[in-house]
Write a protein that binds this ligand. Structure first.
Ligand code: ADP
Length: 304
């Protein structure tokens, strides 16, 4: 029996260990924070859950640790109805963990230990070939080895969305970018992708995006929303004005919502209009996956 998926996510799953702090520590500094909170997270898993909460059938391809963190992640994904048949538990390897300090204003600082995510391989992607050949949209990020990301972009036959996060140490190959339909960087990631030094405002962002060999680039701009750059035109999409509580996973929910809208047949600007709303709603609750909204919650959270 084969299952039809709207969206395939090839990516990471982390256990987020979160502490509220007055300010994130400087080098050599120790700060005292609030009680430890544990949330399922990781960019891949967050984007999978974001799309599933918006009503899509999602399959997640990747690796979990052979420990409590892996078990927590698997049951969290399954609770959101995500197909985990291609999420491999890796013997004798710890699950990915993110250590997150969140300031009262919502800004954060993060250290990631990849664990099992570092073991995701091109052969894992091959094993999930039928899923990637049937999904309408495939969502990729950079928290797993690059050869697995490249294999997934190559194998996917639907629309390929790449969120190049965290920012890569080296520019991505044209071979990868040519297999990507929509790149979704934030301003920092766009600068890294294009080797740009200095600030990235909307004008610079449009110029940098045009250098990438992808038909569509959607740059997220935090509280300023997003910029859609396609075929030489750029369109600014404003975000709703909100008072953020915790911006963790806002970029991930933006990507999940963009995929959701594209599966539904939206054009790219219409998809970005939905994604900025879902991203803004995600900043209004704490944590990564617990903050990801259903469509009804997006409307309720953004109601003045
Ligand atoms: P990342 O977290 O990946 O750096 P951004 O900070 O650009 O991504 O945020 C992604 C999306 O989340 C934005 O496009 C916007 O929709 C929403 N968002 C983030 N911060 C805010 C904010 N302060 N106010 C309203 N929306 C926000």
């Amino acid at each position: 029996m084969s299952t039809i998926h709207d969206i395939a996510v090839v990516g990471s799953a982390n256990l987020d260990l979160v502490v509220d702090v007055a300010h994130v520590p400087l080098v050599g500094e120790t700060v005292m924070g609030g009680d430890l909170q544990r949330y399922p997270g990781g960019k891949g898993a967050n984007q999978a859950v974001a799309a599933a909460r918006l009503g899509r059938h999602v399959a997640m391809i990747g690796r979990l640790g052979d420990d409590e963190g892996g078990a927590i992640l698997r049951s969290a994904l399954e609770a959101d109805g995500i197909d985990t048949a291609h999420l491999v538990t890796t013997a004798d390897v710890p699950n990915g963990v993110a250590l997150i300090a969140v300031e009262h204003g919502g800004d954060n600082a993060i250290v990631v230990s990849p664990g099992a995510n570092a073991r995701v391989s091109a052969s894992d992607v091959d094993a999930a070939g039928p899923v990637l050949a049937s999904a309408a949209v495939t969502l990729l990020q950079l928290e797993i080895p690059l050869d697995a990301v490249e294999a997934a972009a190559d194998a996917a036959t639907g629309t390929v969305i790449l969120n190049p996060a965290p920012a890569p140490a080296e520019p991505l190959s044209d071979a990868l970018l040519q297999n990507v339909d929509v790149v979704v960087p934030n301003q920092t990631e766009l600068a890294t992708l294009t080797g740009h030094r200095g600030p990235v405002d909307a004008v610079v962002a449009a110029e940098l995006a045009a250098q990438l060999p992808c038909p569509v680039v959607v740059i997220t701009l935090g509280g300023d929303g997003a910029l859609v750059v396609t075929e030489g035109t750029s369109t600014h999409v404003a975000a709703p004005s909100v008072g953020p509580v915790d911006t963790t996973a806002a970029g991930d929910s933006f990507c999940g919502a963009l995929a959701d809208a594209l599966v539904g047949g939206a054009g790219i600007v219409e998809a970005a209009e939905w994604a900025v709303r879902v991203g803004a709603a995600t900043t209004l609750r704490p944590g990564a996956q617990p903050s990801l909204p259903t469509p009804a919650e997006v409307e309720a959270l953004l109601r003045p």
